[in-house]
Design a protein around this ligand. Structure first.
Ligand SMILES: [Zn+2]
Length: 255
């Protein structure tokens, strides 16, 4: 009786896992802006809609928009200069750059479809416009790289895989493996965004070396013991600096 039961569960489990893989294959697309093949499940229109829907909530979580119009105008100016001088201009995305009032959490992030944010806590630590361009260029990189789209698609894939593996009592293993995968992919997103950010900075006439200054600011903000929010989702600034130097050499030679 138990053996028969196991066979049925095994068949169901294998069928679910096979379904997850077949669906994933059909979702593979080459990103027209990065040239990288990725599994995505949302159209640009859906990405834009999700970003616009989520933006007010994200803004609220960070104390609303910063009241200083001059600071906001500077953020707009630098962000738009990056977009207008790069491939970002040729995408269907609608870019908006928001300065958040939050003066405690050093952070910047992007929602799918083009909504980009920087907290005042980070903005106030930046030493020049080139560094601001570095932060915003990195966020535009997340949008072009379709990173949210890819993560949403990945997590759906792992949910189905865990369900399939659960039928054959391997659910916990699949869950742990999936979580590790998602974290590792998150770090790759950061490195790709750094590289794209450098590319946009050079195209728009900003000094890409200042991106290293941004990394120093993030490192100092972390202090010896404290981990800021930016770093829990972003790789170690030291590793990033090495990759940033590589990207500067690569794109300087090309331009
Ligand atoms: Zn990032």
């Amino acid at each position: 009786m138990r053996r028969g039961n196991f066979k049925v569960r095994l068949l169901i489990g294998v069928a679910i896992v096979a379904f997850a893989f077949i669906r994933r294959c059909s979702q593979q697309e080459t990103n027209p802006y990065t040239g990288r093949t990725q599994a995505i499940s949302l159209s640009p229109e859906q990405e834009i809609a999700i970003g616009l829907q989520s933006a007010p909530g994200m803004t609220q979580q960070h104390g609303g928009l910063h009241p200083n119009n001059q600071y906001q105008a500077l953020v707009d100016q630098v962000g738009n200069k990056l977009v207008n001088n790069s491939i970002a201009k040729n995408t269907p995305y609608k870019y908006d750059f928001h300065l958040l009032a939050d003066d405690k959490i050093i952070n910047a992030f992007a929602l799918p479809g083009g909504q980009c944010f920087i907290t005042y806590a980070l903005f106030s630590k930046l030493e020049n416009q080139d560094q601001l361009a570095g932060v915003l260029g990195h966020e535009i990189g997340h949008v072009l790289g379709k990173h949210s789209n890819e993560r949403i698609t990945d997590s759906k894939f792992w949910q189905t895989m865990i369900m399939g593996a659960g039928a054959i009592d391997m659910g916990v293993i699949a869950q742990q493996y999936g979580q590790g995968k998602l974290l590792a992919n998150g770090r790759d997103d950061e490195l790709e965004s750094d590289e794209l950010g450098i590319f946009f900075m050079i195209k728009a006439g900003y000094n890409p070396e200042e991106m290293i200054g941004v990394m120093q600011i993030l490192k100092n903000a972390a202090g010896p013991n404290r981990q800021p929010e930016f770093q829990s989702t972003h790789p170690d600034p030291e590793n990033r600096i090495d990759k940033i130097k590589e990207a500067i050499n690569k794109y300087r030679e090309a331009s």
